[in-house]
Design a protein around this ligand. Sequence first.
Ligand code: BGC
Length: 386
Amino acid sequence: MELNRRTVIAGAAAVGLAATALGGTAQAAGRHPGDGRPVKELFGTLPDGTEVHRWLLANGGTRLKVLSYGGIVQSLEIPDRHGRYVNVSLGYDTLEPYLTGTTYFGALIGRYGNRIAKGRFTLDGTTYQVPVNDGDNSLHGGPEGFDTKVWDVEPFASGPDVGLHLYRTSPDGEMGFPGTLRVKVTYTLTRHGDWRIDYEATTDKATVVNLTNHTYFNLAGEGSGSIHDHELWLAARRYTPTDAGLIPTGELAKVAGTPFDFTRAKPIGRDIRTGHPQLVTAQGYDHNFVLDKGVTARPQHVVTLRDPHSGRTLKIATDQPGVQFYSGNFLDGTLVGTSGRTYRQGDGLALETQHFPDSPNQPSFPSTVLRPGRTYRTTTVHSFGV
Ligand code: BGC
């Protein structure tokens, strides 16, 4: 199924939600749909007739809704200290805006998260071209990245965990990338209410891979206004400054003494208007933070985000070497979100655990090359609290 993300789909939004609970017992009295066993419902239909489903999952106090289109996290509900649930992820309530949008709300990103300079890289002596879709550069795997594809979804409920396996085979040459890439992404809700993502991929030719998820968080609830008062802690003493096209210059700059210092938690808005050239270029934070721990065998806690009003917290643990902190700079007030409210600049933020942008062109950055016979495997865990 190929789809140009800019195609406007007449009628897709008119498709109703026809709930088809799998297994029958999923909606037992007093339980949330998806509790104990994922529930599937129709969310919309693509122009070629492909149905897009929404899966409901609930476990350990967290409620997640995931689309087969783009592996999109369409809703993520967590309680505050009074047990009141709100959706803390930005998104839409119908399929159509996901098909035409360029914000990547909640999406699974591939083959290459963030930018590749001029969409070009050389691997083992061969130069490859990914179509550019962000000025001169390619962003998030090109114009028809993994966020625009319908994934095969297999639900599971094993022991105390519930979740979804998402499968897709990306053909050799898709969006210019070499190698047939077989991808499996698992979204798990644990009994503690953690949302865990496990990514796996194999290839039949040397290629580059950098998968991530692009959920925008607002711990006060999507559509509730700015995230500038959220407090952020990042275990990163360095970050990668960029040029005007948001491509890393190659320097690993120290955060100490700059607005980029989140090694002690501070409100995101505290220094965002300081006029630092890097903040002016990106219109806020849109930078890869170099995690002090580097690549690790197991996920380590590297991010804490806290909304001081509701008390909700998000902790992120990853095995990846970087996190792209994007402060929602390009939300411009033209998008109306899930609850019917407008998203303006800074109304949500993304914390994308991944390898550094443009690594295929930066020999000093940790490698994103995947070779036949090897398995790309990474894990990120989101834990919520009050
Ligand atoms: C990028 C931003 C981009 C955003 C949405 C982020 O990962 O760093 O520059 O605007 O994704 O596409």
